[in-house]
Design a protein around this ligand. Structure first.
Ligand SMILES: Cc1cc2nc3c(=O)[nH]c(=O)nc-3n(C[C@H](O)[C@H](O)[C@H](O)COP(=O)(O)OP(=O)(O)OC[C@H]3O[C@@H](n4cnc5c(N)ncnc54)[C@H](O)[C@@H]3O)c2cc1C
Length: 535
């Protein structure tokens, strides 16, 4: 069996893994091996922002998971995309760049994740971003992730902001700054017209570092454990089983579905569950529990006359736009047609924002068109209310002891009655915005739901029929203290030496935002903790 030796092994070159690979190889004396199950991120559709539409439609570069039938969503299974490519989910995501509400991080710290309050993580948020308006008290100006304002000129956006204000929602000039909630202009991890993924920002600059080895299409199948500590990883590569050993530590950054999966396959997880698959129990920990995500539903309307994005989807313009974006990083293919977010309170008496609106200017059936060949689709727009701070919890469980069998994912979405109530309120707030007089110049007929819901029962039925996850799984290797936690505030797996988990799975409570920025921050802080011990 082929073997290699490093100081540190990082498994998973996703959002967190790329940050770690960068930060940990600044010290030329530290030898790091980065293993990634997917391939390179060379497809132009990854780097051109508008290419994400195609990545989504064809489910490219991802693991192809789905949930078990969801009891509160009419027994439907939900698609759970997550990246399988260098850059991980940051290479296929929608690039929204949001930190969320500070109170959530403060609760992490209060509940046992010492050192993770918002004041304590703020320096790391600042360290990972190059905000186009430059550094200030809240923002970073010279980090690795390029962050810019949504570059849209569609007049519908001004109407959307006006609608929010008219309904009494606050406006925020920068939701990643001093005021974290309200209606505001979107921010995206895009730099010079190209996706600023974790791979682009953090991994690419390391190509000349001789102390980093990146192996792609390397599928980790087991953590090698000896006398209660992690000593390496067994992985499949080129059709062969190989072993890599680490002198200092092994770091799992496989994401919130695959990190718990690999831990359980290796004997670290709920004892009874592991025994039912004849897996020897090394540590009895609540791995895979506490799964959280955001669910959202859409309200869509037709638009009176086509907007700028519709025009740019004419076949000849698409081809030209893609070439221009790829070569020069300019033009319409570098602009996301859904540039706005709002973090709002479903009712004025709610303590923290509990609903996010995502505003998009494309109808579900949007596609390339050309006169005489394919008729243009009718333009539309929509608002997607997403439930933040949900109380429902799910789990990731083994399907079998075979690493090739994908785990079972139970979301249990909307299982808490309070979640359904607040999601319904969020739907009503989104409806008010869409139907408001500020939107009159743009709004034609309703597309979805088919007809306006007449009462709460009809709203609930619509939400159960259509809600989907917006792909922020987290929480399955909970950080904290006490028996409900899997990792310590230093992200070390409880009871096992030389093993950390650093990715979205460690969030004790899911952030009230899209998750990429928080996960980059988590990895930057983890690298700092590892450096300070080594130094
Ligand atoms: C379609 C989509 C849209 C999204 N939109 C947004 C958005 O607009 N804004 C936002 O902030 N967030 C968004 N997210 C969420 C965000 O991108 C993720 O939460 C974040 O990137 C996850 O980071 P991670 O490091 O935890 O895991 P990932 O980035 O998923 O990385 C895990 C890596 O580990 C690798 N891996 C897994 N198993 C193995 C194994 N056994 N062996 C070797 N390698 C392995 C994977 O291939 C992957 O590369 C979106 C996610 C998706 C999927």
């Amino acid at each position: 069996m082929s073997m290699s030796k490093s100081d540190v092994i990082i498994v998973g070159a996703g959002s967190a893994g790329c940050v770690l690979a960068n930060r940990l190889t600044r010290d030329p004396a530290r030898k790091v091996l980065l293993l990634e199950a997917g391939g390179r991120d060379w497809d132009p559709r990854i780097s051109i922002p508008i290419g994400m539409g195609k990545l989504q439609q064809h489910a490219l570069y991802q693991w192809g998971d789905e949930s078990e039938p969801e009891p509160n969503l009419d027994g439907r299974r939900m698609d759970i995309a997550h990246g399988k490519v260098i850059g991980g989910s940051s290479s296929i995501n929608l690039m929204a760049f949001t930190r969320g509400q500070p109170q959530v991080y403060d609760r992490w710290a209060e509940d046992g994740a010492k050192g993770w309050s918002y004041a304590e993580v703020l320096p790391y948020f600042k360290s990972i971003e190059a905000w186009e308006d430059g550094a200030d008290e809240w923002r970073g100006g010279d980090g690795e992730t390029g962050v810019q304002w949504a570059r849209t000129t569609d007049p519908i956006y001004d109407a959307w902001i006006e609608a929010g204000k008219a309904l009494g929602h606050p406006f925020t000039p920068d939701y990643n700054g001093a005021q974290s909630w309200g209606f505001g202009r979107g921010q995206y991890s895009i730099r010079d017209g190209r996706r600023s993924s974790a791979a682009q920002g953090f991994l690419r600059p390391t190509v000349t570092r001789r102390n980093l080895t990146v192996v792609t299409r390397a599928m980790a199948v087991r953590i090698l454990l000896e006398a209660g500590r992690a000593v390496g990883i067994e992985y499949r590569h080129d059709g062969r089983l190989k072993r890599a050993y680490a002198d200092q530590e092994v770091i799992l950054s496989l994401g919130a579905i695959n990190s718990p999966h690999l831990l359980m396959l290796s004997g670290i997880g709920p004892a009874e569950h592991l025994r039912s698959f004849d897996i020897d129990v090394v540590a009895d920990l609540p791995v895979g529990a506490n799964l959280q995500d955001h669910v959202a539903a859409a309200i869509n309307w037709r638009r009176r006359s086509p907007g700028p994005f519709h025009k740019s989807l004419r076949l000849d313009r698409v081809a030209f736009g893609m070439a221009r974006a790829y070569l020069f990083g300019t033009g319409p293919a570098t602009v996301i047609p859904g540039g706005m977010h709002a973090f709002i309170k479903s009712r004025p008496d709610v303590a923290e924002p509990d609903i996010e609106f995502m505003f998009h200017t494309v109808p579900p059936e949007a596609d390339v068109w050309f006169p005489g060949i394919k008729a243009p689709y009718r333009d539309g727009y929509g608002i997607r209310p997403a439930l933040l701070r949900g109380q429902s919890r799910g789990s990731v469980r083994l399907r079998s002891s075979n690493p090739d069998d994908r785990p079972r994912i139970y979301y249990n979405a909307l299982s808490e009655p309070e979640d359904m109530r607040r999601f319904r309120e969020g739907f009503k707030r989104a409806w008010e915005v869409g139907q408001s007089s500020a939107m009159d110049p743009f709004r034609a007929e309703l597309i979805a739901p088919d007809t306006p819901p007449e009462d709460d029962r009809e709203i609930d039925a619509y939400l159960r029929r259509t809600a989907v996850t917006i792909l922020h799984p987290s929480g399955t290797c909970k950080m904290g203290m006490g028996p409900a936690s899997v990792v310590s505030p230093e992200l070390k797996v409880n009871g096992i030496g030389s093993l950390r988990v650093v990715d979205g799975s460690v969030m004790p409570e899911l952030v009230s935002a899209h998750t990429n920025a928080a996960i980059l921050m988590i990895a930057a802080k983890a690298a700092d903790m590892i450096d300070s011990v080594a130094g």
